[in-house]
Unconditional design. Structure first.
Length: 295
């Protein structure tokens, strides 16, 4: 199926920003309504909010505006999840336990229905953001079924990302973007769960970050490079914080917080990181220019 692809322009920025602002405002409105009304009444309000978003999606589709139609389809999927949750709460099916704790069929039903809605919307509207919705809900469903939080959820997340990676590589570049993003986030997030306490943990995070950077360069998928750079940044923050003093924006810009051990060394640490990024960029650029070796 042909994916809807919008080049990065002022117009596309504004419509993306507008649709996502509508989504945030609609969820905020649902939150206010849930506090103000009882379960049955809130289910009705949630249905109305969802119906308005879905009507916008189909109206834009009929008007021949596939980008806007797909964006509001994405908004509708999120609001559909709110509606299903409201109905389950009304019927007494919804668990209010912490996420990924225990087996609750009501939550699993909510996840399955949201996943089905995202896949249906993707088939109908062909917008790449719906791939993000489907893959994200799919990860949550698998993790919820197979784990109950903690280390096991981290292992399931890593395995989910590894299983998703071949699909991401084989998918077309437009849809594959979000598959790569979710794969990178679930693998990296699981590893960060295990490796976030000791110095050696952050050395490993830096090595994984470098692997991400070079994998992103080899596959021409910049999402991996961005996530890899984030790993290198976290490692730098850890060691600068440990050796030279607290790293936060209040200390940098307002002079608040604890007195640093070596005030001058904190920015110098990030100067080094900046040159590391530059060097990696040069290496990747040279690799891109190398002619392919005949097979």
């Amino acid at each position: 199926m042909q994916a809807v692809r919008a080049p990065w322009t002022s117009a596309s920025f504004l419509v993306y920003t507008g649709a996502l602002t509508v989504l945030a405002a609609a969820v905020w409105l649902d939150s206010i309504l849930s506090d103000r009304y009882k379960a049955a009444a809130f289910a009705g309000w949630a249905a109305l909010v969802f119906a308005c978003a879905a009507a916008c999606a189909f109206a834009f589709r009929r008007a021949g505006r596939p980008l806007l139609a797909g964006l509001f389809a994405f908004v509708s999927v999120a609001l559909f999840a709110v509606l299903v949750g409201a109905l389950e709460d009304w019927w007494g099916w919804l668990s209010h336990d912490s996420p990924l704790h225990g087996f609750h069929w009501g939550l699993l039903l909510l996840e399955v229905l949201t996943l089905a809605a995202a896949l249906w919307a993707l088939r109908r509207f062909h917008h790449p953001l719906l791939v993000l919705a489907a893959t994200g809900v799919g990860w949550y469903f698998v993790t919820d079924v197979l784990s109950s939080g903690g280390n096991w959820s981290a292992w399931v997340s890593i395995l989910f990302g590894l299983c998703l990676l071949p699909l991401a590589v084989s998918a077309n570049r437009v849809y594959g973007f979000w598959l790569h993003v979710v794969s990178g986030l679930t693998i990296g997030g699981g590893l960060l769960w295990f490796w976030h306490k000791t110095d050696w943990n952050f050395v490993l995070i830096a090595l994984v970050g470098l692997a991400y950077v070079f994998f992103g360069g080899a596959t021409r998928r910049s999402s991996w490079t961005v996530l890899g750079a984030a790993g290198l940044f976290l490692t730098t923050v850890h060691f600068v914080d440990k050796w030279f003093g607290s790293v936060n924006f209040f200390v940098f810009f307002f002079g608040l917080g604890e007195e640093p051990k070596h005030d001058w060394a904190r920015p110098l640490g990030f100067v080094v990181l900046g040159f590391v990024f530059v060097a990696l960029g040069i290496v990747l650029r040279r690799r891109e220019r190398e002619p392919a070796t005949p097979g």
